[in-house]
Ligand binder design. Structure first.
Ligand code: BG6
Length: 501
């Protein structure tokens, strides 16, 4: 892992990491395997402990055995006994119902005592790996027992999405949290920002003159961002009914990726310089008025179909989903970033569940040349395409035209693909390794700042309200397809198509 040029980083990484939701899925699948691998990479400080807070009655042995099983199953590296024994020493299971505010004082005493044993200097990471409805209660508990901010130490609060369910609730939650933790101590996770190729967007753009000099509306015809999943909602129907694709994927992952593709070069690599440029992109997105949305957005919901040769249920048949659900599992839209760099170049985005492929890609389509010398028939000219492959393949694909050596005058597109297949780039612990390490060293670059969240909600709220006012005729795409026909028409009416390279 590379250290950034960032002068605000903690010198002392020693800390106690308190995980609320210590017996939950996130802790087992992501956090523990990530910490295990961080130990392996020697990135966890010597003075470090993990206090896993859970409601379940478990002995420390039982808890450790669960963690070991999870690491065996989800870690990218096999269990090494020496590393496991180091992790095992760090973990403490603390049984506590975190909705019981009277218990926080006792937790504080426990942590203070542990501090003296571990010599972690009083620094704390409070990781809320719990359902969002508990965020406020826990923060309140931390405040009441004086655990939040202490002199001469650092305390950081880590929050998973969803951060609110709309602008109003997000603001209310933020106000509450801000009473206890200052913005600089709040780490709002968007696991997409932990992915290698997402971090590579800035390097590719600002580290290569051939890209950066062409990265604007004069040379780029359109940008396409596709985050597609074969997975359905599985057992998460209850959650998904409240969220839908717009809250689940668009408000966070899609808009975060968009900001990195469209941002101006920051003046340096300090976290706030980067986040300020990202924020400006969100502010420059053309307002989603109902008139604009009428022609530029497509919602979808999957019906039954086939995935990898096996039949799968439609969304309305999934567990905890009503048979008349109007929740979207797919969104495609065109949007404009109205600034000097991008005015006139559309961004097409799409994301959905139960699609034909599981992949995340950004396609930059460059403008075509006049058909004066070659390609006299307009249809024959293949545009230059730069594809940033995020997952499962990771790397860069570039398409350019060359002479077809097997004919006299033919021209063929040459496809240069530097990407490699890496199934570990999905929603796996890997992204969390980088994110947890950054939390410890106090680098919030890869976390969403409040104004980004606020702008993202402003845009998403308009989409959600628009969708809620319509009857959608769901289901409107088969599982295993690439979404509703209208999503293809969205580009076809502009004389374009989704690239699938
Ligand atoms: C999560 C969503 O944030 O991202 C899930 O809640 C989705 O619904 C997941 O499946 C996708 O992440 P990845 O890393 O697998 O593309």
């Amino acid at each position: 892992m590379r250290m950034d040029n960032n002068d605000q980083l903690s010198q002392d990484l020693s800390a106690i990491m308190v995980i609320f939701g210590g017996t939950g899925d996130l802790t087992h699948r992501k956090l523990m395997p990530a910490i295990y691998n961080l130990i392996r990479d020697q990135l966890i400080p010597e003075h470090f402990a993990i206090v896993a807070v859970g409601r379940r009655d478990k002995t420390e042995e039982e808890y450790l055995s669960d963690v070991r099983n999870a690491i065996t199953k989800y870690s990218r590296n096999k269990i090494d006994e020496a590393i496991w024994s180091r992790l095992q020493e760090m973990i403490h299971y603390y049984k506590f119902d975190f909705t019981d505010l009277s218990g926080y004082q006792e937790l504080k005493l426990y942590l203070d005592q542990l501090d003296t044993v571990v010599k972690s200097g009083g620094n704390r990471v409070y990781y809320l790996a719990v359902a969002p409805e508990y965020f406020e209660t826990i923060v309140q508990g931390l405040q009441a027992s004086d655990m939040a901010v202490k002199k001469d130490t650092w305390s950081r609060l880590v929050i998973e999405k969803p951060f609110g369910k709309d602008l109003k609730t997000a603001r209310a939650l933020n106000d509450k949290i801000n009473e206890v933790f200052p913005e600089k101590s709040i780490y709002r996770i968007d696991h997409y920002l932990g992915k290698e190729m997402i971090q590579n967007i800035m390097v590719l753009r600002f580290g290569n003159s051939i890209f950066e000099s062409l990265w604007n509306n004069r040379f780029i015809d359109n940008v396409q961002i596709s985050l597609s999943e074969k997975l359905g909602v599985g057992t998460r129907g209850g959650y998904f009914e409240q969220a839908g694709t717009m809250r689940d994927m668009l408000q966070n992952h899609i808009l975060q990726v968009l900001t990195l593709v469209a941002m101006e070069p920051p003046i340096n690599l300090k976290m706030d310089s980067i986040r300020t440029e990202k924020q400006k992109v969100l502010e420059a997105i053309e307002e989603f008025t109902p008139e604009f949305l009428k022609n530029n957005v497509v919602f979808g919901q999957y019906g039954k179909g086939m995935i990898d040769g096996a039949p799968v249920l439609g969304y309305r048949e999934e567990q905890n989903v009503p048979s008349s659900s109007e929740t979207e599992t797919f969104v495609a839209m065109k949007l404009h970033v109205n600034n000097f760099r991008w005015a006139g170049t559309p961004f097409y985005i799409r994301t959905g569940k139960r699609l034909a492929t599981s992949s995340a890609e950004i396609v930059i389509q460059f403008k075509s040349l006049p058909n004066i010398l070659y390609f006299k028939d307009q249809d024959l000219q293949e545009p230059n395409l730069l594809v940033l492959r995020i997952q499962p393949s990771v790397g860069v694909f570039f398409q350019f035209n060359t002479k077809d050596f097997s004919s006299h005058n033919g021209i063929v597109p040459t496809k240069m693909d530097t990407s490699y297949y890496n199934p570990m780039q999905g929603n796996t612990p890997e992204a969390y390794e980088r994110l947890i390490f950054d939390i410890l060293r106090g680098d919030a670059t890869l976390f969403s700042r409040w104004d980004e969240v606020e702008s993202a909600w402003t845009a998403t709220d308009r989409l959600i309200q628009y969708r809620e006012r319509r009857r959608n005729n769901f289901p409107n795409y088969d599982a295993g397809s690439m979404g509703p026909v209208k999503a293809f028409e969205l580009l076809a009416k502009d004389g374009r198509k989704w690239w699938n390279l």
